[in-house]
Ligand binder design. Structure first.
Ligand code: DQA
Length: 150
């Protein structure tokens, strides 16, 4: 099987389910992980699903993806709006990547409208709740397939 898709989740996403459910939905992070695993399996792919509240750990995982992953899905949480370090790691990463947000960041506070990491990803999915992760896996499946030798 090909290298897994890394699904990296940033700060406070471990609290999903109880954290502002009117904004982020009722799914826990484990629920989202199960949905991602099912979607990946249906597409013949594997995922490696992780969460950290620490910027440096997320940067290290993006670096690991350079050789260890076939694709990358990143919900950087609040680091989306602050982290040049994550941007630089993604720019160096070279594997196809998708930025995901559960909420529509553009309908929220102005400080959430800017993402540092968007510059380094293939595309952005936001506002579809947990389904956004599954959409990102579908998008990456197409990109990864196109890169495989036929
Ligand atoms: C988020 C949006 C961010 O603005 C916020 O800081 C998060 C979650 C989302 O998934 O909607 O933690 O990335």
């Amino acid at each position: 099987m090909a290298k897994p898709i890394f699904v990296l989740n940033g700060p406070n996403l471990n609290l999903l389910g109880t954290r502002e459910p009117e904004i982020y939905g009722k799914d826990t992070l484990d629920d989202i992980k199960a949905k991602c695993e099912a979607k990946a399996k249906a597409l013949g792919l594997a995922i490696d699903f992780r969460q950290s509240n620490h910027e440096g750990e997320l940067v290290a995982w993006i670096q690991e993806a350079r050789t260890g992953a076939s694709g990358l899905i990143v919900n950087a949480g609040a680091f989306t709006h602050t982290s040049i370090a994550m941007l630089d790691a993604l720019l160096a990463c070279q594997v196809p990547s998708v930025e995901v947000h559960l909420s529509n960041i553009f309908t929220r506070e102005p400080f959430r409208h800017h993402s540092y990491i968007s510059k380094a990803v293939k595309g952005v999915i936001c506002g579809f709740g947990a389904a956004g992760y599954e959409l990102a896996i579908e998008a990456l499946a197409g990109l990864i397939k196109n890169k495989r030798p036929s």
